[in-house]
Design a protein around this ligand. Sequence first.
Ligand SMILES: Cc1ncc(COP(=O)(O)O)c(C=O)c1O
Length: 350
Amino acid sequence: MLDAARRVLESGWFVLGSEVIAFEKKWAELCGVAHGVGVGNGMDAIEIALRGLDIGPGDEVITTPMTAFATVLAIMRAGATPVLADIDMETALLSLASVERCLSPKTKAIVLVHLYGQVRDMTAWVDFSRTKGIYLIEDCAQAHLATWQGKMAGSFGLAGAYSFYPTKNLGAPGDAGMLVTNSSVLAKRAESLRNYGQSERYHHPELGLNSRLDELQAAMLGVRLKWLPRFTERRRQIAEAYRAGIVNPLVQHLAAPEEPSSHVYHLYVVTCLQRDGLQAHLRRKGVQTLIHYPVPVHKQKPCKALRCDPQGLRNSEQHALQCLSLPCHPQMSDVDIHQVISAVNSFRGD
Ligand SMILES: Cc1ncc(COP(=O)(O)O)c(C=O)c1O
């Protein structure tokens, strides 16, 4: 990484240069798509995908309330209206039945979040979006290298949005993101939108944003990419150890992936009716945990008036109260893993 940083610093070219082009090409190839457009972060990748598809004011985009706030904020920043569908309890992923209840004549797209690193049921999602004549956009911020029936996350819909925020499975030492797509029209539009809406130097046929990927981040990502397959394998080993070793009846696992490669365990999430007690117990045992996410999007102040599934968002609300993310990162040792397992198993509740 230091060598790569030196190369960039000595080149004197810092934004949208050969390092960005090289990483765009590498990541697009890995995703099995024709184009990668490097942008400032994962949120912008979603906004740019929507704007690049002419989705904006007056249009509705369906997504999940159980996601990073950025997913919904990106839809709002594109000028479109988010509509929130509920999740399935066993996976915490968007429920197709609930999405169906949210459809309206204004629906233009679904932003499907591969939450926690899981890619599931893609044939159903692709068929559904085709039949209904709406775009499928994948939020792949948590799903680097996740494949489903041999195809990579981000290659199912019209566009995939990746984040390379430092904590992601592939993280830069700063903010970075990428839009991946097979559409050359969308890729060209995205290249313009990320750079003020510029078509050629100093010509701006539309209003874009400043969301350019810089050379340092791209060069670092190019280096770190070499570690990603090994790190992903380690995440899977940790998950397998948790799934087999955590047998406390007070703690539930989410559904196992349909195939091992379809989950990259950005997070290993369990649920527990006494979640806060479990978290406090683990803290006392020296195990740090987080909650993804404690407040579903429809409970956030700017989102309280959003249209939701007419049957409500009960599963999302329940999941927000019960979910807990156990430590899961490639630097964990076997001793760490067993410490987590025995700490969870020793929780007795009230
Ligand atoms: C599911 C999801 N979507 C979108 C984002 C936004 O990515 P970024 O932080 O790079 O804007 C994140 C990252 O936090 C995320 O986890």
